[in-house]
Design a binder for this molecule. Structure first.
Ligand code: PMP
Length: 427
């Protein structure tokens, strides 16, 4: 039972004491007070099926007992900064995390967030190559600090401050892009940027394995291998942002990049890594990692004992509960059911994604692809009232983002689709 303040009271305190930049979902925002695996509970005890918590960090499920135990036990023993002294938690987690990567990707640096991880990746690439130019993809999101806001390529997330040295390449968008699914044609744009927009040498190319904020956009097949080859010829490093797509979410692979048959030079991650605990990481090769040793570089809390204890527990849970397999099985089933909804409703323009990282794009007309953003919001509100939380995204705000905790079941998938079906039938 809950004895705390009501949603209205909290809202009024937020309006008074919190930055107006702190926003919330839904007209009447939910006051969530408890979580259990794929479920969330509001102050009145109303239960919601959480089909969006994955993006907001929960990979194993809300309050997963094994992860909670790891956090509590470590907090009872010691919580401290990462710098200055030894502690077993960070070393154990770094070893376990490095084991998840192919090739020479064996060195970890911990941060507190995805933004910090990407800032560090860009810094390392610039130091390693001695170049400043970075190429990212339009519609991508990489964070909101100086460098990452530059790499982010959606006006909604950009403030009018100096963001130098980043070129934004055409998005290999298979739904709206001018070259359809021809990854090689989009890759030519990166080649042109290198040729015409830089000295011919670049620091890095950064891209999400699947664009999350941008509306669950899968990169057109063939794109990444071609771009990686262009970038490497120009002396640059290839960075993949796995903040949303990593940690078994795509089902077929542990990391999103693996589906493209490439091995990046730097991988960044956050969100799911700690099942809700603030943690991020950059994984790279020993050779590239060396650039940070030329000066003093540290992060006070990045990789602290409590957060890394949580991270290690997450890896164990993913393994023990076969969550990658579950993401594949349940995700494929859910995608198939959503695709059949597309057959029933004209408003569904596209269903896409992999594993438990799925997107459903609503359009007013399938030919013109006019974004049905008001309709998307409406459906989202209705689904919430029926106990299902989905997210929304895409530049136009017309894409449902379905990224549940990886413990999502086939029955949960059925419930979600049935509720979406019912809501769409009433429109
Ligand atoms: N990269 C991606 C792909 C993201 O989705 C986000 C957050 N939405 C970030 C980086 C930034 O992470 P954070 O908010 O933890 O700084």
């Amino acid at each position: 039972s809950y004895a705390g303040p009501s949603a209205e009271e909290i809202l009024s305190k937020r309006q008074k004491f919190l930055s107006p930049a702190v926003f919330h979902f839904f007209k009447n925002p939910l006051n969530l007070v408890d979580g259990k695996m794929q479920y969330l509970f509001d102050e009145k005890g109303q239960r919601y099926l959480d089909a969006f918590g994955g993006i907001a960090t929960v990979c194993c499920g809300h309050c997963h007992p094994q992860v909670v135990d790891a956090i509590v036990n470590q907090a009872k023993r010691l919580q401290h900064s990462t710098i200055l002294y030894l502690n077993p938690a960070i070393a154990e987690f770094a070893e376990a995390l490095a084991a998840k990567f192919p090739g020479d990707l064996k060195v970890v640096f911990f941060t507190n967030s995805g933004t910090e991880a990407n800032e560090l990746a860009l810094l390392m690439a610039r130091l390693y190559t001695g170049c400043h130019d970075v190429i990212s993809i339009r519609n991508g999101y990489h964070g909101n600090a100086a460098g990452t806001m530059g790499a982010t390529a959606q006006s909604s997330y950009k403030f009018n401050v100096v963001q130098t040295g980043v070129h934004h390449a055409q998005n290999p968008d298979q739904y709206r892009g001018i070259f359809g699914s021809d990854g090689l044609k989009y890759a030519r744009d990166v080649e042109d940027i290198v040729t015409y927009g830089t000295s011919g040498r670049v620091a890095a190319f950064i891209a999400e394995a699947i664009q999350g904020v941008g509306g669950i956009m899968e990169l057109a097949p063939g794109y990444l291998p071609a771009v990686y080859s262009t970038i490497r010829k120009a002396g640059g490093l290839c960075i993949v942002d796995e903040v949303q797509s990593g940690f078994a979410r795509t089902g077929s692979h542990f990391w999103g990049f693996e589906a493209h048959g490439v091995v990046p030079d730097i991988v960044t991650m956050a969100k799911g890594i700690g099942n809700g605990i603030p943690l991020g990481a950059v994984v790279t090769t020993p050779e590239i990692a060396k650039v940070l040793a030329y000066r003093s570089y540290f992060n006070t809390f990045g990789g602290n004992p409590v957060c890394t204890a949580a991270g290690l527990a997450v890896l164990k849970v993913i393994e023990k509960e076969s969550l990658q397999q579950n993401a594949l099985t349940v995700g494929s089933y859910l995608k198939q059911r959503l695709t059949s909804l597309k057959g029933k409703y004209e408003i569904i323009g596209d269903v896409r994604g992999r594993g438990l990282m799925l997107g459903v794009e609503l359009v007013r007309d399938r030919q013109s692809k006019t974004p049905a953003n008001v309709e998307t919001l409406h459906v989202m509100e209705q689904m919430k009232d029926m106990g299902v939380l989905v997210g929304k995204g895409g530049f136009f705000g017309n894409v449902f983002r379905i990224t549940p905790p990886l413990c999502f079941t086939k029955e949960d998938a059925d419930f979600l689709v049935d509720v979406m079906d019912y809501t769409l039938s009433k429109m």
